[in-house]
Design a protein around this ligand. Structure first.
Ligand SMILES: Cc1cc2nc3c(=O)[nH]c(=O)nc-3n(C[C@H](O)[C@H](O)[C@H](O)COP(=O)(O)OP(=O)(O)OC[C@H]3O[C@@H](n4cnc5c(N)ncnc54)[C@H](O)[C@@H]3O)c2cc1C
Length: 265
């Protein structure tokens, strides 16, 4: 790890000012991705601005129509939140599937989607539920937020403050885990939103993506058999020592079927 300066922010404005002053500074949330990258010298920020003391970034609110989760809310808080379990049980389930207890007690929603690891779980829920990402500057629709491999619509120094999830009629998330890290080899989030069905896939490609053909089939009949014969092309999918592109394409269909079944209860 290279030497760096450390600053603990007291508020969002304080953190934004510190990041604006130093273009080589990075926000620090749970540190589960950033600190690991710094240790490996894959990231070398001149300074880190710790968001851990910013109370306004934490917490979960629900008004029955939307569930708003603060960016610094830890995965474990989402798992055990009564509001999340009641409004969107699939989201609590997804958070409980992330890594291990240590990762869930430290990692945050904001850190996960800002990092946008191709195998991360939260991007599937954000895209699958058609959520809105709120930052210190604007609101960004999920469809416009995830741009590519580790790439999002965030501008340098822009901070996620919360994510607003519309409460769906029903939703399900199922992933096939990479057994060592528990990241998704393939994970599929399916949501019946009342204004249409959304299917979001993580782990299979360089970035989370939707499957319009499955969405259309599920809109006419919300049942596992509707997606059983829909196979996505393997061209452009991830291929590594854990799984070939062809295998990942196969898993998308299988996980989608199981996610629909999970949504049906
Ligand atoms: C062993 C292990 C297993 C894991 N398994 C899984 C898994 O199964 N599924 C999964 O989804 N994830 C997994 N993770 C990743 C984990 O979920 C992390 O919590 C997540 O990737 C990063 O969140 P963080 O809060 O730790 O962010 P950090 O590491 O602190 O930050 C990550 C990036 O986001 C930026 N950032 C942080 N907060 C904000 C903000 N509010 N606004 C703008 N930018 C911000 C930082 O500057 C940095 O670039 C695993 C991690 C480990 C170490």
């Amino acid at each position: 790890m290279y030497a760096f300066n450390y600053q603990k922010a007291k508020s969002v404005a304080d953190a934004a000012a510190a990041l604006a002053k130093n273009p080589d500074a990075k926000a620090l949330a749970g540190g589960q991705s950033l600190i690991a990258a710094m240790k490996l010298r894959l990231a070398a920020p001149a300074a880190v601005v710790d968001l851990g003391g910013v109370a306004e970034l934490r917490g979960i609110k629900s008004d029955g129509k939307n569930l708003v989760v603060g960016a610094m809310t830890r995965h474990s808080e989402v798992v055990f939140s009564d509001d999340v379990r009641k409004a969107i049980p699939a989201l609590a389930h997804l958070a409980g599937e992330i890594g291990d207890r240590m990762v869930r007690n430290m990692g945050t929603l904001g850190g996960s989607i800002a990092h946008n690891d191709p195998a991360a779980d939260y991007p599937a829920a954000v895209l699958g539920l058609g959520a809105t990402v709120e930052t210190n500057k604007r609101k960004i629709a999920a469809d416009d937020f995830f741009k590519g491999l580790y790439e999002t619509a965030l501008e340098p120094g822009e901070l996620i403050t919360s994510v607003s999830f519309p409460v769906p009629k029903r939703a399900g998330y199922v992933k096939f885990k990479q057994p060592a890290s528990r990241f998704a080899l393939v994970g599929v989030f399916v949501a019946d939103t009342g204004s249409g069905v959304r299917v979001a896939v993580t782990g299979a490609g360089p970035c989370v993506f939707r499957v319009p053909e499955m969405e259309k089939a599920l809109a006419s009949k919300f049942a596992p058999e509707s997606v059983a014969n829909i196979r996505i092309p393997d061209k452009g999918l991830n291929s590594d020592i854990h799984a070939s592109a062809e295998y990942r394409a196969h898993l998308v269909t299988v996980m989608a079927k199981r996610a629909v079944q999970a949504a049906l209860g």
